[in-house]
Design a protein around this ligand. Structure first.
Ligand SMILES: Cc1cc2nc3c(=O)[nH]c(=O)nc-3n(C[C@H](O)[C@H](O)[C@H](O)COP(=O)(O)O)c2cc1C
Length: 179
């Protein structure tokens, strides 16, 4: 299977984890880490709402696979647009206040309203299967070791980097920003 490739990807995003509505863990059994509103507002205009896959790290730790959603969660009629990352590893704790880095690498599907929570859960499990299939491809391995993930926390702030910066050694199209 080949998922849609979008010109603005890969997109590197770094920011603090804040509390969502808490439904991810409790109602869905699929915990998500939410970025701040500030980060969501800075997303490129061409980034359509939907479900994406890629890689993520918490507090500059191990780089894991992830799936994420961007949008208004039509299932729950949210008033606020959110960006929610589900990391494909069991964490025994939540990480509010931690620094989350994500490399958004591909698009899976639009956000949808389902007739039941079970259908939403099944759809997310299918997203995870598709993400794993894609991320098994050797072309994605290079992103794990790139500077975006390996540099220490706050190094960009110390260097006074602008809020949006290209990473030319990976792709001319890649973009990076932090909150
Ligand atoms: C991979 C993935 C796919 C998602 N797909 C949808 C979707 O199709 N429709 C929707 O309303 N919400 C979708 N969501 C968002 C969930 O509804 C949301 O993570 C959940 O409600 C928890 O939100 P909370 O952290 O604000 O409690 C998705 C989330 C993830 C991680």
């Amino acid at each position: 299977m080949c998922l849609k490739r979008l010109a603005f990807l890969p997109l590197m995003v770094e920011g603090q984890v804040v509390r969502g509505f808490g439904r991810g863990s409790k109602e869905l059994g699929i915990p998500t880490a939410n970025f701040t509103d500030e980060v969501v507002k800075k997303l490129p205009l061409e980034m359509e709402n939907g479900v994406y896959f890629g890689l993520a790290s918490v507090d500059a730790g191990a780089v894991d696979r992830m799936v994420l959603s961007v949008g208004w969660n039509p299932q729950f009629h949210n008033q606020l647009k959110t960006m929610e990352t589900h990391i494909l590893r069991d964490f025994s704790r939540d990480f509010y206040g931690s620094t989350l880095r994500v490399a958004v690498l591909g698009y899976i599907r639009p956000m949808t309203s389902f007739t039941s929570l079970d259908e939403l859960i099944a759809a997310i499990k299918d997203d995870i299967r598709k993400a794993n299939d894609e991320l098994d491809k050797p072309e994605y391995a290079k992103y794990c070791s790139q500077d975006f993930f390996t540099r220490p926390l706050d190094s960009a702030a110390k260097e006074n980097l602008p809020s949006k910066e290209g990473i030319s050694d990976i792709s001319n199209n890649s973009q990076e920003f932090r909150s």
